[in-house]
Design a protein around this ligand. Structure first.
Ligand code: ADP
Ligand code: MG
Length: 592
């Protein structure tokens, strides 16, 4: 058994056996750790992993709590039916809020979460039927199969059943295809979209899941306290939840739980000690918690969890993939290859302006199946911009792009990826903390279809095994087979470029766009890359290649387009281009 598993087993034993003998005070802390932990775990997902800061989680806790408090008292519903309604209402609210706010960039998203955190709080306080500021009392006891959770000791089982279930589901999800897409939300959006991930969808999913966890916490809270009023759902609690997630380590599910435990214990202790020390009562503990958070984050910007986990286990999400890749996996379906010579890509008069700068000014080019076209030109010529126009990363100012005979202007990058175009980036874009294998598997995103539910329940084993086996096959093919389980961030820059090629190939593309793939490679590696590209061409793939190394290009490619200052200055066969005076001037002029 791995140390990580032993840790989990000890922890589960604690929450199963603890309530049998722990004193009343500790039971309370255990319960609150679980309640807060559920919310903090959701924040770990939305903020730590998804990169969207939310101050508004307490409002979702409020929805869960008020839904059950109202329905189980005034309407006399069973708490379980009220839970279902609370979940439905939260889902709708989060979808609506998400649709309105998740597009916001920078600080506007956190600010808008503050706004809804405040408004839901005041709404509850002013609603007559929700009891206004005095709230709703006599919330009934939760029963399950004849067992009544009628005291905190018994109730802790209910809380921790939900917490452990939530952690299990989330860990499954994060180790899946959908989870890899979610991990791209922070720092990998452009790359992920080019690999076919629908980023806005992933954002909404993450946001809704975190809201649901908060709502369940609210439901539990209402039936533990048997009473609700608006106070615990206000903005200051929203901030405190964020403290918990951040202190524990916002990128880690278990870390969030740790943070919830630490804050619960410290706050309990401070509320006992501070009034005595300061000679008066007041909510001074909040100030202390804030100071603690600041100090801690200076020392440990990733929170406390990495310190603990680093001692015991590999990075989250990497372990399962290690076991599975060896398993017998059925191969993924492949796209039917276009016949050699088919027109794959047709760019007509593509133009991109950045303010006054014409980065690409009316450039046309074509790539056929079974052909390698090189796009040459000095730095700043507009080659990478051209790639971005073709792959849908940037909208063009004018001109048109067709792929396999269909116009793709205005399509999002993930739609274009679906049609069979895949790419690499001049400035490598990968998830440094994930293994090489998992990074490459992101390229296979569109070749799987297991959704959130199946992934969270880990019912997508067969598909996941096939995806990882495909990623593994592509890594063997590009010569990185030995490094599958290494964290991608640890590779040399040259190997990271090769990883990007494997990732692009994992999408089973008809057209491959490679932006300076040979930069930083040694001679032997360049030769291996050239051999691979020749093989891909022989298989009927179209390749559009940006490259500086003339020797590399000349022996390899079929045709060349040369750009300078955003214009196409030449097009032809390699030996023609080598003697073209305009090219020689543009090119030699820029080579030092
Ligand atoms: P290349 O890949 O050929 O070296 P690029 O396509 O990266 O050239 O850049 C072409 C020109 O467009 C450069 O002058 C560059 O500074 C400018 N440029 C590229 N991207 C942007 C952007 N997002 N905003 C403004 N200017 C840009
Ligand atoms: Mg470039």
């Amino acid at each position: 058994m791995s140390p990580g598993r032993i840790g989990v087993a000890v922890f589960v034993a604690l929450v199963v056996l603890g309530p049998l003998f722990l004193p009343e005070g500790l039971i309370t802390m255990l319960n609150y750790t679980g309640l807060y932990g559920l919310v903090a775990v959701g924040l770990a997902l939305v903020t730590g992993i998804g990169g969207m800061t939310s101050f508004g989680q307490a409002a979702f806790v409020g929805i869960g709590a008020y839904a059950t408090a109202y329905l189980s008292t005034a309407a006399g519903w069973s708490p379980w039916a009220a839970l279902a309604v609370g979940i439905a209402v939260t889902c709708l609210t989060a979808l609506l809020l998400g649709a309105l706010t998740l597009r916001l960039a920078g600080h506007y998203l956190p600010l808008s979460t503050i706004a809804w955190g405040l408004s839901l709080y005041f709404l509850a306080g002013n609603m007559e039927f929700l009891g206004g500021h005095s709230g709703i009392s006599n919330v009934p006891v939760v029963q399950f199969a004849g067992f009544a959770f009628d005291n905190p000791r018994k109730f802790s089982y209910l809380i921790w059943a939900f917490v452990l279930l939530a952690i299990w589901l989330l860990r499954n999800l994060l180790a899946s295809r959908e989870g890899r897409a979610i991990r791209c939300l922070k720092g990998g959006k452009v790359m992920a979209e080019s690999m076919g991930v629908n980023i806005p969808r992933s954002k909404i999913i993450v946001f809704v899941i975190s809201a649901l966890l908060a709502a369940v916490s609210g439901w539990l809270y209402a039936h533990l306290q048997r009473f609700v009023n608006p106070t615990p759902f206000g903005l200051n609690y929203g901030i405190e939840y964020l403290f918990m997630a951040v202190i524990g380590g916002a990128g880690y599910v278990w870390g969030a739980l740790l943070g919830a435990g630490i804050i619960t214990v410290i706050r309990e202790w401070l509320t006992d000690v501070l009034p005595g020390l300061l000679g008066q009562s007041g909510s001074f503990e909040v100030i202390f918690l804030a100071i603690l958070t600041i100090v801690l984050l200076q020392r440990a910007p990733d929170g406390l969890w990495p310190f603990i986990a680093g001692r015991f286990s590999a990075k989250e999400g990497t372990k399962r993939s290690r076991g599975q890749v060896e398993a017998q996996a059925s191969p993924l379906a492949k796209r039917s290859a276009a016949a050699s010579g088919t027109l794959l890509l047709e760019v007509k008069e593509a133009t991109k302006r950045f303010g006054g700068l014409v980065a690409v000014g009316g450039v046309s080019l074509e790539v056929k199946a079974g052909e390698i076209l090189a796009l040459l030109g000095p730095n700043g010529a507009g080659k990478s911009t051209m790639f971005n126009l073709i792959s849908g990363v940037l909208p063009s100012t004018s001109g048109s792009v067709s792929f396999l005979g269909k116009p793709i202007d205005g399509l999002r990058a993930h739609h274009i990826a679906k049609l069979g175009m895949s790419r690499t980036f001049q400035h490598v874009k990968l998830l440094p903390n994930l293994s090489v294998l998992e990074n490459v598997a992101i390229g296979g995103h569109l070749r799987g279809n297991a959704g959130i539910g199946r992934s969270a329940l880990h019912l997508e084993r067969a598909e996941e095994a096939s995806l990882l086996a495909e990623a593994s096959r592509q890594l063997d093919r590009v010569g990185l087979g030995q490094l599958k389980h290494v964290a991608a961030g640890g590779l040399s820059l040259g190997d990271q470029r090769i990883l990007e090629i494997a990732r692009a190939l994992c999408a089973d593309p008809s057209l491959l766009l490679l932006d300076e793939p040979a930069a930083g490679l040694r001679l032997k590696e360049k030769e291996a890359l050239a051999a691979l590209l020749k093989k891909l061409r022989a298989e009927g793939m179209g390749v559009l290649l940006v490259e500086h190394d003339m020797d590399f290009v000349m022996g390899l490619v079929d045709r060349i387009v040369v750009m300078e200052f955003g214009q196409k200055i030449a097009e032809g066969l390699p030996h023609e281009i080598q003697q073209n005076p305009a090219v020689l001037e543009a090119y030699l002029g820029s080579v030092e």
